[in-house]
Design a protein around this ligand. Structure first.
Ligand SMILES: C[S@@+](CC[C@H](N)C(=O)[O-])C[C@H]1O[C@@H](n2cnc3c(N)ncnc32)[C@H](O)[C@@H]1O
Length: 252
């Protein structure tokens, strides 16, 4: 396996290390507070801010926002051979996760690589170039191809994929977009095949890492997703959580 250092998923520095903006001044003020004997409550406050920012940065990087991911369940696509679609592939984290876990599979990495992509992943190489570089660095590029398209209208025939994976992408859409993209996923998946859907989950990791003000994950809960998935015609074979993630293993 290639080291994480050779992969760059392009997430901005402030997402992984933004806590330094609090940590550095808090630490400097704490040193001054101890040196000049500032009031005790201020020392406690500054100490708490210092401890939280170190621990929160650790939690965020433990969740691994910028590092390789692993499948949240071993029960997905156990046959392991055939063509997989990654919906909202971004810079390749979920594509590489699948291709490394299922070494006999091929994969189509689909994304619209739109403006929101640029604001999320920053500038520099084009999104497609960054995705291609990560596939190369992970040594899986010979089993992957890239398609630029909207997940709400997939450019594929009915029942043309043996499995689908999607991570932290469908949940970026509004209600109609979710409905359309799930219907499209159902259409292009072969009957009896698996769809692994991963969503950002506002769990204790996210809440602690970002603090209450910045924690995110949306207001749609597990039941809301259950209803949308069943409406789209999927059977829910398994559902569960991993750090920062709510996942559904679906079957068409
Ligand atoms: C947070 S990223 C997730 C990337 C990747 N799956 C991962 O695991 O890191 C969400 C991706 O969804 C893509 N996306 C959002 N709306 C889309 C749409 N309507 N069609 C295709 N891709 C879309 C964005 O461009 C972005 O790359």
């Amino acid at each position: 396996m290639t080291a994480n250092a050779s992969l760059d998923f392009g997430y901005p520095w402030w997402l992984s290390f933004g806590h330094l903006v609090i940590l550095i001044p808090a630490l400097a003020a704490l040193a001054a507070a101890l040196r000049f004997r500032w009031p005790r409550w201020l020392v406690i406050l500054l100490g708490a801010m210092t401890i939280w920012s170190v621990a929160a940065m650790g939690a965020l990087n433990y969740v691994g926002i910028n590092s390789r991911g692993t499948l949240p369940t071993p029960n997905f696509f156990t046959a392991g051979t055939g063509k997989v679609l990654d919906i909202g592939a971004g810079t390749g984290r979920s594509s590489i996760m699948l291709l490394e876990a299922r070494p006999k599979a091929t994969l189509v990495a689909l994304d619209h690589f739109g403006e929101s992509f640029k604001s999320h992943f920053g500038h520099g190489p084009t999104p497609q170039e960054r995705l291609q570089a990560n596939l190369n660095a992970a040594g899986v590029a010979n089993r992957a191809s890239i398609t630029t398209s909207d997940m709400r209208k997939l450019p594929f025939d009915d029942a043309s994929f043996d499995a689908i994976i999607s991570a932290y992408a469908v949940d970026h859409l509004n209600r109609d977009g979710v409905k359309q993209s799930l219907a499209e996923a159902h259409r292009v998946l072969k009957p009896g095949s698996d769809f692994l859907l991963m969503l950002v989950h506002n769990d204790r990791w996210i809440k602690f890492a970002f603090g209450p003000a910045l924690s995110h994950g949306g207001t749609r809960n597990r039941l809301w997703w259950n209803d949308r998935l069943k409406e789209a015609g999927f059977q829910i074979a398994e559902e569960g959580t991993a750090p920062a993630t709510l996942y559904f293993l679906l079957r068409r």
